[in-house]
Design a protein around this ligand. Structure first.
Ligand SMILES: [Zn+2]
Ligand SMILES: [Zn+2]
Length: 212
């Protein structure tokens, strides 16, 4: 698997494009906001001859869905997410306006739900879904045991963890899920978070002040 990171919008969301030797790819959390960022994403895909086959979300907070409509329409893909975050969709525009951002539309509804232990397949590759409520109720991470990679959304960051004070957030669940489900992964697993630099499970196990 090849992972490419594009950082988008005022919140600097990491949009991940994960491809394999077949040229198929998945797009995780399309945060692209506005024409320039949309073009940056499309140019990256076309320059690498990549074919997007799935549009998936770690969760549906505003900063992770700015480009969902664009990607969905341009590549004819239905968004995929955990059902417990679906309630964010009809309130996205209102949320954006609280931050002074005008959106023309809410993101499109999901075409497929991703639940715990589901497999996200593309090309010859597969990622398994890990449900991690706490930052948001429908927060999920994507893990490959073969490649030892984890896309962690806003649950786990380098030296930090996600906030739990947004609607549906819960601090205790967040900490328990991180400790029981993520810290149990092999130490060499490379973690790709929703914001900021990549890290590893081993590094966080010994250095993250929230989970030591
Ligand atoms: Zn978030
Ligand atoms: Zn975020």
């Amino acid at each position: 698997m090849y992972i490419h990171t594009l950082s988008f919008n005022p919140w600097q969301v990491n949009t991940y494009i994960i491809s394999d030797q077949t040229g198929e790819c998945i797009i995780i959390d399309p945060g692209c906001f506005g024409k320039d960022e949309e073009k940056k994403l499309s140019d990256f895909l076309s320059s690498g001859n990549l074919k997007p086959v799935r549009l998936i979300h770690t969760h549906l907070h505003l900063d992770h869905v700015f480009g969902t409509k664009y990607v969905s329409e341009k590549y004819n893909l239905k968004p995929e997410c955990h059902p417990d975050d679906e309630f964010f969709i009809p309130i996205t525009k209102d949320y954006a306006s609280q931050y002074g951002i005008t959106l023309n539309d809410n993101p499109p509804p999901p075409g497929k739900y991703l639940n715990d232990k589901d497999e996200v397949k593309f090309g010859k590759s597969s990622l398994s879904v890990i449900h991690l409520p706490g930052h948001s109720p429908g927060g999920i991470a994507f893990y490959s045991d073969k490649d030892k990679i984890l896309v962690s959304g806003d649950v786990l960051f380098r030296d930090s963890i996600g906030r739990s004070d947004l609607p549906g957030g819960d601090y205790d669940s967040l900490i328990i899920n991180i400790k029981e489900k993520l810290m149990a992964l092999p130490p060499e697993t490379v973690v790709y978070p929703g914001h900021g630099p990549a890290t590893t499970i081993e590094y966080e196990r010994f250095n993250n002040p929230f989970i030591r």
